[in-house]
Design a protein around this ligand. Sequence first.
Ligand code: ARG
Length: 562
Amino acid sequence: MDYKAYIAQKLNIDGMSTEEVASAIAVPPDSTMGDYALPCFKFAKLMRKSPVMIADALQSDFVCDDVINEVSAVNGYLNFRINKAGLARDVLARIGAEGEKYGSSDMGAGRVICIDYSSINIAKPFHIGHLSTTVLGGALYRIYNFLGYKAVGINHLGDYGTQFGKLISAYKKWGNREEVEKGGIHAINDLYVRFNNEADEAMEAEAREYFRLIENGDKEANELFDWFKSLTLAYVQTIYERLHIRFDSYAGERFYTDKMAPVVEELKEKGLLKESNGAQIVDLEPYGMPPCLILRSDGASLYATRDLAAAIYRKKTYDFYKCLYVVAYQQNLHFKQFFKVLDLMGYAWAKDLVHVAYGMVSLEDGSMSTRKGKVVWLEDVLTRCVEKARAILEEKNPALENKDKVAEIVGVGAVMFGALYNNKIKDITFSYDKALNFDGETSVYVQYTCARAASVLAKAQAEGVAFANAPAGEPCEEEFALLKALADFPDTVREAAEKYEPSFIARYAVDCAKLFNKFYFDCKIMQAEPAVREFRLAITRATLTTLTNALTLLGIGVPEKM
Ligand code: ARG
């Protein structure tokens, strides 16, 4: 039941759409005032009356019913009290019927959302700096699919550039096949780091030559490049599996090699290309930005050139409704620039490109450093967190079965939740201890709450207490607060998509878990008299379903026992 829409419809205010009125209705911070409130000053201009008079008039016209039990006008606010038993009945029935689909919708039917995320660089470490783009993008991918959109996950691989010439040069000098085969991405990265530390001018020249050879389709150079690429992808795949991340396309920068010339041509035709010190640029000074570099003076393309070609290709291929780029805020200017260039080229869809920017993640112990070779690999963070989770589980619940499996779910979830809990633009410092706190605002807390709910349900089943068809009772305060939160889940998912903020769902999960725990401790479940016990079991099951759906959308697993 969408109460806001229901109230708005009943109010039927002249000159305002139901949607407008519904969006003006809020949940008062203090529930003693009511469950919903409409601030009437918003209509003062339209109705040419004072908010107090409007509230009084709306109140006297409002006829209460089975859904809205009470309405009062206080200081220009119209407060509504809903039928609590009705809400309980509604929400429990809905969650029971929809199960793992609860919170989903078909609002996005027929619309494609491209999401460019993770977008790692070939032969470079998959490090802690990639955590946010990977898990935020993965969450958005699931959220949009859940809302009926067709999400297309794109890993815009960084597989183009002179660094691959350097890598070949380093491999030829210091590497051997066996070692690289064995060491994989780490061995490749070591070679690259060594080049940056030790290469002399002769090697630099050689590297440029190798890059040229790759570009010109030289067989050996391309075989080496493809080998490095496949080793990198095989490695990141293992991490993506642990994070429950998937992609529909790995079309990276190289994929656009033959798609850039037409774009450059088009820019020229549209009179947008200018020469500047031998380079080709698009002047963005009128828009308060430095120029967008299209071709270097030696004719080489740039990062922006490939992004222009990629955006045009994606529009043609997917006809997206929106195309999201989940990339750190350090690249704000880059996105503003190439979005503007597409706009100047006359593409109306340039307004559908969205840079979903996020802040930095650093580690509490030994912050991330990009100095040569000194990066924190994401894999190491995951391993360490899983080990710590394993130790905590061992201590808290020595009899737990499948400890390794549970530790993997808990540990990996904790790292992911670390990047998902705060507003995405914030810089965050990851702390293993905080992330694994059973009583904190953590995934562990939510997972533990789920395990608690599951164990209550298991107990009921063991004792043969059936509750599937339990009639909803008149909820007490704790029950009502929880039920109302459960009813808010679909709205939360929708808002998370609208604002590109998976953190809304993460916060929701923590808040809802808190309400469940208050309910669990203040209301006896199994010891209550039969009718109340069954109602409470139904609430418990609905909570487990909703929290599981929330964590699943974030890509985080839910162990049955903890
Ligand atoms: N590979 C790039 C980097 O590591 C990120 C690419 C983001 N996507 C894009 N279309 N520019 O900085």
